[in-house]
Design a protein around this ligand. Structure first.
Ligand code: ADP
Ligand code: GLC
Length: 486
């Protein structure tokens, strides 16, 4: 008998994506489905999905339903369709009043209700479908009220009697903190004392915190990050609560969806290649240079970057380090990303300062992200913190040396290349400062000049396997620990 899993998420690749949450939601749910679990994924019917042409149809017994959140009444309907590339069923909460807006996230006053409605609608649809989940698996702050709601609002329903909840934290820095007035929208009544009282007294309600307090199991996306978030430095204020979960906080490294991210079958690339024959990679590098206006010599080391431009990603280290590096080495940079203006302006200025050696593309561009992974020699991820990080694992498979800081999932997936014994898959530095990052860039450039070392490094990297087949099994183990074998 398979596990029945209600999986609730704000992002799902490629339909609704701002970052790795989308990749992981899609790949993990498909992996569980492949194993034979009965997985039902719930996400909002964002305007962008509605416009995407995805084939869906209304679920006839889930039409024009009502949910009241405090003084706000919403009507919603459910559409279903197959996840792209799979026959896994997705369920979309169609509530134009909340989701009929550009973008996935907003800064609007009702942001808390947009995701509270998703959470409640998923649980209520489960009831209407007569679907008794073994596991309600919620992700990040958006759906982190699910465990508390199961223990209060929905506790009367025997359907959930054996249900256990899992919260996966993809990033503890995003907590969904709203004014205390929003607490009433949960409709907890007599059970309101279960809300964190001191926060309320101080005028706020922290969504993620309640997931940490009430989920039967809390997971996060790498073992190192699981340890880090229990410290004040990385816990973003929630470390005492995370520490108190003890053994109920588990780190499981994300996997890679090699159906999407493998250079031997990547449909988005101008040429394909694998570890035995890298000539396609050279072709990708040439095409990438041509497309982005870079003039590369044969010995030029091309550094890639694909990132959300936020504080987390270590772009502030690049501001002093990259211009100096470009002055002293035969190197070039191709960067894709958008976010904070100071980082966008830095790359725009760098491109002006180093014409033909720096190419910056502002925005979000899926095909270009693949081209950069394939066409670059090395990939920069000097993150301040990194719960898991996917691009460094993509880089390994694409034969693109990751240059990473030893933190979170970067520490768990990249080993520093050791010239003495030829082991290691990338370049790893410890301290979060520009000098250390500069050292790592120089170390990479040195290795890149020595063909034998570079070949060895890329060989080690490409041999790594972070498939969901392995990582998904770790989730199944945790589910089984909670509810018994399927
Ligand atoms: P995070 O979720 O913190 O952004 P991850 O490394 O886990 O970091 O995942 C980022 C995902 O988003 C990767 O699939 C990456 O390729 C993609 N991505 C990030 N920025 C862009 C962009 N500007 N254009 C295209 N894809 C992007
Ligand atoms: C978050 C983290 C990233 C992680 C992703 C998927 O966005 O920032 O490190 O890989 O979630 O779990």
């Amino acid at each position: 008998m398979p596990h029945r899993i209600l999986f609730i998420t704000a992002e799902y690749a490629p339909l609704a994506k701002t970052g790795g949450l989308a990749d992981v939601s899609a790949a993990l749910s498909r992996d569980l489905h492949r194993r034979g679990d009965d997985v039902r994924v719930f996400l909002p019917w964002y305007a962008s999905i509605a416009a995407s042409g995805l084939e869906t149809w209304p679920v006839d017994f889930l039409q024009d339903l009502e949910i009241t959140l405090g003084v706000h009444a919403y009507r919603y309907s459910v559409r279903t369709g197959s996840a792209p590339g799979s026959d896994l069923n997705l369920y979309f909460i169609d509530c134009p009043a909340l989701y009929g807006r550009p973008g996935i996230y907003t800064e609007d006053e009702d942001e808390s209700r947009r995701f509270l409605l998703l959470t409640r609608a998923a649980l209520e649809c489960s009831q209407r479908m007569g679907f008794a989940p073994h596991i309600v698996h919620c992700n990040d702050w958006h759906t982190a009220f699910a465990p508390l709601l199961l223990k209060t609002l929905y506790a009367w329903d025997g359907l959930f009697a054996a249900t256990r909840s899992v919260l996966t934290i993809h990033n503890v820095a995003y907590q969904g903190v709203f004014g205390a007035a929003h607490a009433a929208e949960l409709g907890l009544g007599d059970a309101s004392w279960l809300l964190h009282q001191q926060d309320l007294a101080e005028g706020r309600v922290n969504t993620l915190l309640h997931g940490i307090l009430y989920a039967d199991l809390v997971t996060t996306v790498s073992p190192t990050y699981a340890a880090e978030i229990c410290t004040p430095e990385y816990g973003a204020g929630l470390d005492p609560f995370l520490r108190s979960r003890g053994g109920r906080l588990v780190g499981i490294l994300n996997g890679v969806d090699y159906d999407e991210w493998d250079p031997s079958r990547d449909r988005l690339l101008p040429a394909r290649y694998d570890a035995h024959d890298l000539s396609g990679k050279l072709e990708c590098r040439r095409e990438l240079a041509e497309r982005t206006g870079l003039a590369l010599g044969t010995g030029t080391m091309l550094l890639g970057l694909v990132s959300r431009f936020v504080d987390q990603k270590g772009i502030d280290l690049m501001i002093p380090a990259l211009p100096a590096f470009l002055r002293r080495q035969d190197a070039a940079v191709v960067a894709l990303g958008s976010g904070e203006a100071r980082f966008e302006e830095f790359f725009a200025a760098l491109e002006r300062e180093f014409p033909g050696r720096v190419a910056y593309h502002k925005g979000y561009d899926e095909p270009l992200a693949h081209w950069i992974e394939a066409g670059s020699d090395a990939f920069m991820m000097p993150s301040r913190y990194e719960p898991c990080g996917l691009n460094q694992m993509y880089s390994l498979r694409y034969g693109t040396a990751p240059i990473v800081r030893r933190t979170g999932g970067l520490a768990d997936s990249v080993a520093h290349y050791d010239r003495a014994d030829g082991t290691g898959t990338g370049i790893v530095f410890d301290h979060y400062d520009a000098a250390s990052f500069g050292w790592a860039l120089d170390y990479a450039a040195g290795l890149h000049r020595e063909a034998a070392h570079w070949r060895r490094l890329l060989g080690n990297a490409m041999a790594k396997n972070y498939s969901w087949e392995r990582q998904g099994a770790l989730y199944v183990e945790e589910y089984t620990r909670l509810v018994g074998p399927a």
